[in-house]
Ligand binder design. Structure first.
Ligand SMILES: [Zn+2]
Length: 391
């Protein structure tokens, strides 16, 4: 059995930590970490909900299902979250990943609903396409104060690498810089939350654990955050078409659209946003937005300072739709567009060759057709043959 206990909130120097112990009972833990925690600037310590274990259920549950251990929480959690985990979430995860097994979750009771819910309506700001599209729709375009974003968050929970790796921590902090500047331009507060949830990535890979870690970070802020938009990178059509492709591999692609609505407590509602758009449609949505033109940052992080490299698949699948839209030069502050023009022909050939296999390259080819944009011909691809440069 895995047991989660000893929930505490304490401040050390400038940071407040919300922390629990995690113990394997009658089994040896394969992890060196013995606690799970979240940290925030002590000025914002009130945001952490320390009367409920809600933020410490999902990651331990996933580990329990992976290691075939029941899970006991020695404290209270949201009744709503408990019910959804018991009846639905475990089934979805078992369908997603063949190595998982259903387990028994027991708790010591249910947390009382809050007298007043928090006032913050938030989302993450990574400055990627998904993140900026969510902010554009739910801050710039939204007028209803109950649904309009009024706070931005940056969670360090393993998007860029493993816990304890100084290089990845530096990259994570570098990648926070455009978000902080964008938040300032927008007049929104930007809160940084640190965690150690990615310490468990050494056994559980990123595309399985990181999404759960993001949801958990949002739940840790239950005293302040009443709604949190989770920007999804997968659209509804893709989820249907590429279900097998994402099985055992990418939790977001496989099930985020119907998993997130189940990650709810009486304090905090998570809303999955972005599944209604293809990635190219999100780019079209934000292409004329000055904030996107100044801060768009999509790169897989091959550059030391975290800027867009312009060469990796993620950069290229962003640049081609911008070219199709006639907006390349508007993004010259964040991409080397001249360099892209030199190499774009080969990338376009690759998109044509991968049509039907890769969701993003399908989108780009379809988007070119929809916009009457001239792509290379099959003859061009044949002539180039082995000379093609693959990225
Ligand atoms: Zn790149």
């Amino acid at each position: 059995m895995i047991e989660i206990s000893n929930l505490r909130k304490y401040t050390r120097e400038a940071l407040t930590r919300l922390e629990v112990d995690m113990n394997f009972i009658d089994a040896e833990s394969p992890y060196t970490e013995r606690t799970l925690y979240f940290e925030i600037d002590k000025k914002f310590s009130y945001m952490f909900a320390d009367d409920t274990y809600d933020a410490f259920v999902l990651v331990p549950l996933y580990l329990a299902m992976l290691h075939k251990q029941d899970l006991h929480i020695r404290g209270k959690i949201s009744a709503k979250l408990y019910q959804n985990i018991k009846w639905y979430v475990q089934k979805i995860w078992c369908d997603f990943y063949d190595e998982l097994s259903p387990v028994t979750l027991t708790v010591d009771g249910f947390a009382a609903p809050p007298k007043k819910r928090g006032k913050l309506i938030g989302t993450g700001i990574s400055c990627g396409v998904d993140s900026l599209s969510t902010i554009y729709d739910h801050f710039v375009r939204e007028r209803d104060p109950d649904f309009r974003i009024n706070a931005l968050f940056y969670f360090n929970c393993g998007i860029f690498g493993e816990f304890g790796d100084a290089k990845f921590l530096e990259l994570t902090l570098n990648r926070n810089e455009p978000g902080k500047r964008a938040a300032k331009d927008l007049g929104l507060p930007c809160y940084y939350v640190n965690s150690n949830l990615h310490a468990f990535r050494k056994i559980v890979d990123m595309n399985k654990l990181n999404f759960i870690a993001v949801y958990s970070c949002a739940l840790s802020l239950g005293n302040a955050v009443s709604r949190y938009y989770v920007s999804s990178g997968t659209n509804y059509q893709e989820i249907k078409q590429f279900n097998d492709h994402y099985h055992n591999a990418d939790m977001s692609g496989f099930c985020e659209s119907y998993l997130v609505p189940l990650i709810q407590t009486e304090r905090t509602e998570l809303i999955v946003d972005g599944c209604q758009y293809r990635r190219v449609d999100k780019l079209k949505n934000i292409a004329d937005w000055d904030v996107a033109q100044k801060y768009l940052n999509v790169c897989w992080g091959y550059t030391p300072d975290g800027s867009n490299c312009g060469l990796c698949p993620k950069c290229l699948r962003t640049l081609l739709p911008l070219e199709i839209l006639g907006k390349l030069d508007d993004f010259a502050a964040v991409f080397d567009v001249e360099r892209y023009r030199e190499i774009s022909f080969n990338y376009k050939i690759r998109c044509l060759q991968n049509y039907g296999k890769d969701p993003f390259e399908i989108e780009n080819v379809d988007f070119a057709r929809e916009n009457n944009f001239p792509m290379p011909t099959k003859h061009d691809a044949y002539i180039l043959g082995e000379q093609l440069i693959y990225f």
